[in-house]
Write a protein of this length. Structure first.
Length: 262
């Protein structure tokens, strides 16, 4: 209260941002439509909100996902058609080597699959085939989540894991993958979590990582050969180039839970 007896109004703390947690490498936020460039309702570019400002683009009209057509909790999401929609990074492939070269990292995806039969590629730098160097993450039919890290040899897999029945992907949700591809214990190389649930660690692949550049650019919504297109929506993708501590992981989980009402 000031000397006139009027209660002072003080601004509260700013809202939490994923950038408040160190080492945020990529933050794609469909609810912030200022980061999305459109041709009509077709997405031509989605720009990352970190200082890196990575751009994910699509020049072919038939392959563009839609924005402004669907929402979750009153917030915009990007709609992928399950045929050939995808957005592709215009950064050098080597930018994304941390996803497969043994660097520990953490990935969060807020999404929904429109059909239970979808084998949908959310993000990655390989074609989800093991003869390419890179990593891929997405959903499989039957509400499964998968992660793969490949060396370029079909017989040498660093990570090759999926979890069945981890959650309901026909309802908007989020998942996280804590990746430690160089861990000597195979089961520690990926920890899947559905929302704020317990870690699931099904990996048994144990090949050594490779340092070579990723075969493909980082894609969102489908792989490079369009054989695993996602049929559903993405609200947010957050990637850290460290394995987050439990405390920081919980901060992001709570942020996504509140923001997207899951």
């Amino acid at each position: 209260m000031n000397i006139l007896g009027i209660v002072s109004q003080q601004a509260g703390p700013p809202p939490f941002s994923p950038l408040d947690v160190a080492n945020c490498k990529v933050w794609l936020d469909a609810s912030d439509t200022s980061t999305i460039s459109l041709s009509g309702s077709q997405v031509t570019q989605w720009t990352d909100k970190t200082a890196n400002a990575y751009q994910f683009t699509q020049g072919t009209a038939a392959n563009r996902p839609l924005s402004g057509t669907r929402t979750q909790n009153g917030k915009n999401v990007i709609d992928f058609d399950g045929t050939n929609d995808k957005l592709v990074s215009n950064a050098a492939n080597s930018t994304w080597n941390f996803l497969h070269n043994g660097t520990e990292h953490t990935i969060f995806v807020a999404f929904m699959m429109d059909v239970d039969t979808c084998n949908g590629f959310m993000l990655g730098t390989s074609a989800a085939i093991f003869t390419k160097i890179g990593a891929s993450h997405g959903g499989l039919a039957g509400d499964r989540i998968f992660s793969q890290v490949s060396t370029g040899s079909s017989l040498a897999r660093v990570v090759d894991a999926d979890v069945t029945g981890i959650g309901d992907f026909q309802t908007f949700t989020f998942v996280s993958m804590t990746m430690k591809p160089s861990n000597a214990t195979a089961s520690e190389r990926v920890a899947f979590r559905y929302e704020s649930g317990a870690a699931q660690k099904p990996n048994t692949a144990s090949a050594s990582v490779v340092a070579s550049d990723a075969t493909d650019a980082l894609s969102i919504g489908s792989n490079s050969t369009d054989t695993f297109p996602m049929n559903g929506v993405i609200g947010e993708i957050i990637v850290y180039d460290v394995a987050l501590s439990d405390a920081n992981r919980i901060l992001i989980q709570d942020y996504l839970t509140t923001k997207w009402n899951v």
